[in-house]
Design a protein around this ligand. Structure first.
Ligand code: GRF
Length: 207
């Protein structure tokens, strides 16, 4: 049984997609052991509370220095004893010591087809604004392992979404979430929970 800890900062729709997939048997061999947010007002925490899932809030704003936060944040994660850590709209930089400790055990959902529209400064609505600005005809979402870079780890799953002429950033974000993020994130958790993937030479291989 894979113990999954989900890190969130906002509305928690990706967290909800994972919770629903566990309930509906589309994710097997896994359970959500806890949810951690940096934002006390994140509705994602309410979603965890409603499901009776252990949850806590720990923010850099609670500490004098980022080093102090990093230490306490890692302690909070370790306490939940995760086999897999899922970044679901999490907006705080993961401490390098945590990436080393949980190598290839941290995954992230990014709302574009990496390597497009990713890296520093590309998060949330900004990703979709950039896609519309560039005039691409297809965008989508990517689930990848987290390494020391920003959105640079081995890619696990991607799913494409057509861009429509009349799209606003908000409409595009919603469609990418509905048609891509909420599908491939649960799929990736299920693949990992059932031992279906491994990382070889920094590339994801399906077993
Ligand atoms: C959304 O912008 C989503 O595209 C990205 O994180 C943000 C928050 O998603 N993955 P959520 O509703 O908190 O899961």
């Amino acid at each position: 049984m894979l113990d999954v800890v989900v890190l969130v900062s906002g509305g928690g729709t990706n967290l909800q997609a994972v919770m629903d997939a566990v309930d509906e048997g589309r994710i097997t061999n896994a359970r959500i052991a806890g949810v951690i947010s940096n934002n006390p007002n994140a509705y994602a925490l309410e979603r965890a509370r409603k499901k009776g899932i252990a949850n806590c809030c720990i923010s850099p704003k609670m500490f004098e220095t980022r080093e102090e936060f990093n230490e306490k944040f890692l302690e909070a994660v370790d306490e939940m004893e995760p086999d897999l850590i899922v970044l679901a709209g999490f907006l705080v930089v993961i401490p390098p010591v945590m990436i080393r400790k949980y190598r290839n055990q941290i995954i992230n959902i990014h709302p574009s087809l990496i390597p497009s529209f990713c890296g520093k400064g590309y998060y949330g609505l900004k990703v979709h604004e950039a896609a519309l600005e560039r005039g691409v005809k297809v965008t989508g979402a990517t689930v990848h392992f987290v390494d020391e870079g920003t959105d640079t780890g081995p890619i696990i799953l991607q799913k494409a979404v057509e861009i429509r002429q009349e799209d606003t950033p908000e409409a595009l974000q919603r469609r990418v979430m509905e048609q891509a993020e909420w599908k491939i994130l649960p799929q990736a958790v299920d693949l990992i929970a059932n031992g279906k993937i491994k990382v070889v030479d920094n590339q994801v291989r399906f077993l």
